[in-house]
Write a protein that binds this ligand. Structure first.
Ligand SMILES: Nc1nc2c(ncn2[C@@H]2O[C@H](COP(=O)(O)OP(=O)(O)O)[C@@H](O)[C@H]2O)c(=O)[nH]1
Ligand SMILES: [Mg+2]
Length: 327
């Protein structure tokens, strides 16, 4: 029994009984960079692991301004009315880099925040995207142990974070806007490859016609790209601000879930996500430990000047560096 005074069993019990302060504290441990806290976090995760895995894991992305926060709030409130409990987590690569944040802003979901069956956690603001992703995955496990029915992970559609989030959820929803060349932009950016559905937001007022047109275009594009997949991503029009389309989106997520559960694809997806997470952690750890060694640092300096002077090829340099591993 470790002697740091930390009682993982007790904290796990408090999380399971739905105590929000305990959950918040546990997520803080998971996010901490102190090795003592990381230790405690791992002991806690071991405790709660058997209680995890029972939530609907939902990822939401879209460019800044598309209405993610507004949608998450409207959708979250809808789910609460349906008798579900909801936890919202954010993955924000900008906050990881700069300490600033373009999402995960608590104050932007005031109505959802006020609800006792909703838990909202902004993005951890430290570390690389890989680090933030790992912390978010562990935070998800904690929220599942706390019994939240639906976990929503929100990320911004810039850079790699949407790929990262799509690899940790059961269902990945991409929010889009009609007009402004977005239809083609989305297709080019490859987001269609890993979306499980597209929701065209702001389908209200004068925007309805354009939204319907965009819906037809996306449907066409997805039929071409994904027509042979077992799940062809549906395209919905929604208005987050008017809270319309929420029931349709939830019904669609339910259809996806029954189909993939029945075929065994959901379990397979989660297994391969877990595998990828494991290997990412191993690779990350190996690289960090190797590059942290004094002999490696020293040789690396020499090799990189030899490379810039064209005295050695990158593959020769890599081979010489790896020789330090022996064997
Ligand atoms: N007309 C309309 N405006 C919306 C809708 N959803 C969000 N907005 C507005 O779009 C802006 C950006 O929304 P926000 O949720 O902050 O976007 P995020 O950056 O993706 O999180 C805000 O001014 C919202 O009020 C919608 O469904 N219809
Ligand atoms: Mg936002």
């Amino acid at each position: 029994m470790p002697t740091d005074g930390f009682d993982a069993v007790q904290l796990a019990d408090r999380i399971r009984s739905g105590e929000r302060r305990a959950l918040a504290k546990a997520i803080t441990l998971v996010e901490s960079t102190l090795s003592l806290h990381q230790d405690q976090a791992q002991r806690l995760l071991e405790e709660i692991l058997p209680d995890s895995g029972n939530s609907v894991r939902l990822g939401i992305t879209g460019v800044p301004g598309v209405g993610k926060s507004t949608f998450v709030e409207a959708f979250g409130l809808y789910l609460l009315r349906e008798g579900k409990s909801v936890a919202v987590l954010a993955v924000d690569p900008t906050s990881a880099k700069t300490g600033g944040s373009i999402l995960g802003d608590k104050t932007r979901m005031p109505r959802l925040c006020a609800e006792s069956r909703a838990f909202i956690r902004p993005s951890p603001s430290r570390g690389s995207l890989g680090g933030v992703a790992s912390q978010t995955r562990e935070a998800m496990l904690l929220c599942e142990a706390a019994g939240y029915d639906v976990l929503i992970t929100e990320t911004v559609g810039v850079g790699q974070s949407e790929v990262t989030v799509s690899s940790m959820v059961d269902f990945f929803l991409v929010l889009m806007l009609a007009g402004a060349g977005d239809e083609l932009q989305g297709i080019k950016r490859g987001i269609m490859e890993f979306a499980d559905a597209i929701a065209i937001n702001k389908a209200d007022g004068e925007n309805v016609t354009a939204a319907k047109r965009a819906q037809a275009e996306y449907r066409g594009a997805l039929r071409l790209l994904r027509g042979h997949d077992s799940w062809v991503p549906p395209v919905h029009c929604v208005s987050a601000i008017e809270e319309r389309g929420m029931a349709e989106v939830w019904a669609m997520i339910g259809n996806h879930r029954s189909q993939l559960t029945e075929s065994g694809e959901l379990a397979a997806k989660r297994r391969s996500q877990q595998d990828a997470w494991f290997w990412a952690m191993v690779e990350d750890g190996l690289k960090r430990r190797f590059l942290g060694r004094e002999d490696v640092k020293q040789l690396l300096r020499g090799l990189s000047s030899e490379m810039s002077a064209s005295q050695i090829t990158p593959s020769q340099a890599a081979r010489r560096l790896l020789e330090l591993l022996g064997g």
